[in-house]
Ligand binder design. Structure first.
Ligand code: NAD
Length: 450
C-alpha cells in the first residue's frame, strides 16, 4: 500500500484515483475546482462514467478529496498530474494547467524529506517532463524528487474497465521512478485483485504488460497511438465516401479488410468522424510538435482535414434528399461525441447544428444524458427536447449523430407516425439493419445510401 496523490479530478484523474484506491492504495485527489471537490465529498460524481461510482463505493475508506496541495504533497510517495491540456488556437497543447499544478506541487515539496515521484499522466508534448525536471533542479530538489511519464490510454465510457484491465502500462523515466511505479502498479500488472461484478475481468486477461521506456518515447507513444487510431477512422471514412460514389457498401469492405490480422477489425466503422477531448486535440498537437521540430507530417495533416469535412456529409445527404434546408424541421439525435459519456467536447453535433441553423433549418435536438450540459452551447433558436418524440415530431429528417442505444428502441412504425417524412440519415451507420428497409434510410458509404 502506498500514499498516492492525483492532481485533477476529471475523466482521467478521478478514474485513476478511484482505481488506485480500489487496488489498495491510500489516495488523495486534488482539484482547484471547489464545487467539484465539495460534490465529491458529498458523494456526487462530477462526470458520467459507468461503474465509477460503484468503484468509489468499494474503496471509499481509502480515498479523500481536497483542494489543498499541502495535504496532497506532504505524505505522497507518488504524485500524478492528470490536469487538462486543451489545444491552443495554433493546435499546440496548452500547458498552463500542468505547469501551474507543477509549480504548486514543487513549492510544497521544499523541505519535504522523503522521496517523491512526480508522474505525468496528462497528454503532453515531448520534452515536457524535462521542463518539469528543470524546475525541480532549479529548487535543488533533484536528489529527492524524480519524474516519470505514464501516458493514459483509457476510453471515456469504458474508463473503469480500461483502467483495471489496460492493454499495457507504459512508464517513462529513470530506474528509481520506474521501480516506484512498478510497485504502485504491481497488483494491477499481476491482476491480483478480485474483479468487481460491475467491471468483470475480460476473458484471457491474466497479467498486464508493464513497458518501461525513456521519458521522450513514453510522451510520444500516446500521441502516436491516438494519431494511428484517428488515421484508421479517416481512412475508412474516405473508403465510405468512395463507396457512396461507386455504389459499394463500406460495412462489407470493412468486414473483408478487417479479417486481415495486419489491418485488424477495430476502428473500421465509417461515419461522421472522430470527436471528443482527445483525438482532435492530440492529432493537431502531434502535427504541431512535428512541425515545430522541422518535420512536415503530411499524412497526419490529411487525417485531420478529412475528419474536419466528414461531419458535414450528413448535411450534404439531407440536402440531396430535401433540397434547400430553409424552413425544414430537422431533428438531431445525440449531442455527445460518442454514447456512454456526457462529454460534448469537440463533438461533431455542434458544428452540424450550427451549419443546419446557418442554412435556415428549424433544428430540434435530443440527447439522453447531455442535454442540460449542452444548452449554453446551442445556437439561438435551436430547441433542446427532453424527449426524443418531441425532437422527432413533424420532422422532415432525423440526423443520427450519436448512436445511443435508446434510438434503436423507437421502432420504424413509431418514427413514421411521429415524423412528417421518415428520412433517417445515420451518421454512425448504426441502425441500417433496423431501419434500412422500413424508412427512407441513408447511411455513410452504405449501398443505396448515396
Ligand atoms: P478534464 O478536463 O476532465 O479534467 C481536468 C481536471 O483538472 C479538471 O477537474 C480541472 O479542474 C483540474 N485542474 C486544472 N488545473 C488544476 C490544478 N492546477 N490543480 C488541480 N486540478 C486542476 O481532463 P481529462 O479528460 O481528465 O484529461 C486530462 C489529461 O489526460 C489530458 O491531458 C488529456 O489529454 C489526457 N487524456 C484524456 C483521456 C480522456 O479520455 N479524457 C484519455 C487519455 C488521456
Amino acid at each position: 500500500m502506498m500514499n498516492v496523490s492525483v492532481i485533477g479530478t476529471g475523466y482521467v484523474g478521478l478514474t485513476t484515483g478511484i482505481s488506485l484506491a480500489f487496488l489498495g492504495h491510500r489516495v488523495t485527489c486534488v482539484d482547484i475546482d471547489e464545487r467539484k471537490i465539495d460534490g465529491l465529498k458529498a458523494g456526487l460524481m462530477p462526470i458520467y462514467e459507468p461503474g465509477l461510482e460503484d468503484l468509489l463505493n468499494s474503496s471509499e475508506e481509502r480515498i479523500r478529496f481536497t483542494t489543498s496541495y499541502e495535504a496532497a504533497v506532504s505524505e505522497a510517495e507518488v504524485l500524478i498530474f492528470a490536469v487538462g491540456t486543451p489545444a491552443n488556437e495554433d493546435g499546440s497543447p496548452n500547458l498552463t494547467y500542468l505547469f501551474g499544478a507543477a509549480d504548486d506541487v514543487i513549492s510544497h515539496l521544499i523541505g519535504k524529506e522523503t522521496p517523491t515521484v512526480l508522474v505525468n499522466k496528462s497528454t503532453v508534448p515531448v520534452g515536457t517532463a524535462d521542463t518539469i525536471a528543470d524546475k525541480i533542479k532549479a529548487f535543488g530538489l533533484e536528489d529527492r524528487v524524480s519524474i516519470a511519464s505514464n501516458p493514459e490510454f483509457l476510453r471515456q465510457g469504458r474508463a473503469v474497465a480500461d483502467t483495471l484491465y489496460p492493454e499495457r502500462v507504459v512508464v517513462g523515466g529513470g530506474d528509481a521512478a520506474v521501480q516506484t511505479l512498478r510497485r504502485m502498479y504491481e497488483v494491477l500488472v499481476e491482476q491480483r485483485f478480485e474483479a468487481p461484478s460491475f467491471a468483470p475481468r475480460p476473458e484471457g486477461v491474466e497479467a498486464v504488460p508493464f513497458m518501461s521506456v525513456d521519458l521522450r518515447s513514453a510522451e510520444l507513444a500516446k500521441y502516436a497511438a491516438n494519431a494511428f487510431l484517428a488515421m484508421k477512422i479517416s481512412f475508412i471514412n474516405e473508403i465510405a465516401n468512395v463507396c457512396d460514389a461507386v455504389g459499394a457498401d463500406v460495412r462489407r469492405v470493412a468486414d473483408i479488410i478487417g479479417t486481415d490480422a495486419r489491418i485488424g477489425k477495430s476502428f473500421l466503422h465509417a461515419g461522421i468522424g472522430y470527436g471528443g477531448s482527445c483525438f482532435p486535440k492530440d492529432t493537431r498537437a502531434l502535427h504541431h510538435i512535428a512541425d515545430t521540430n522541422g518535420y512536415d507530417f503530411k499524412l497526419l495533416a490529411a487525417v485531420i482535414e478529412v475528419n474536419g469535412a466528414q461531419k458535414f456529409k450528413l448535411i450534404e445527404k439531407a440536402r440531396e434528399s430535401l433540397g434547400s434546408l430553409q424552413g425544414k424541421r430537422i431533428a438531431v439525435l445525440g449531442l455527445t461525441f460518442k454514447p456512454g459519456t456526457d462529454d460534448i467536447r469537440e463533438a461533431p453535433s455542434l458544428p452540424i447544428i450550427e451549419e443546419l441553423v446557418r442554412e435556415g433549418a428549424e433544428v430540434r435536438v435530443h440527447d439522453p444524458i447531455a442535454l442540460e450540459k449542452s444548452r449554453p452551447q446551442l445556437p439561438v433558436g435551436v430547441q433542446a427536447c427532453v424527449s426524443v418524440q418531441e425532437a422527432l415530431l413533424g420532422a422532415e429528417a432525423a440526423l443520427l449523430v450519436t448512436e445511443w442505444p435508446e434510438y434503436a428502441g423507437i421502432g420504424a412504425e413509431q418514427l413514421k407516425a411521429w415524423m412528417d417524412r421518415p428520412l433517417w440519415i445515420d451518421g454512425r451507420n448504426a441502425f441500417a439493419d433496423q431501419y434500412g428497409q422500413e424508412l427512407e434510410y441513408r447511411g455513410v458509404g452504405i449501398r443505396g445510401g448515396a
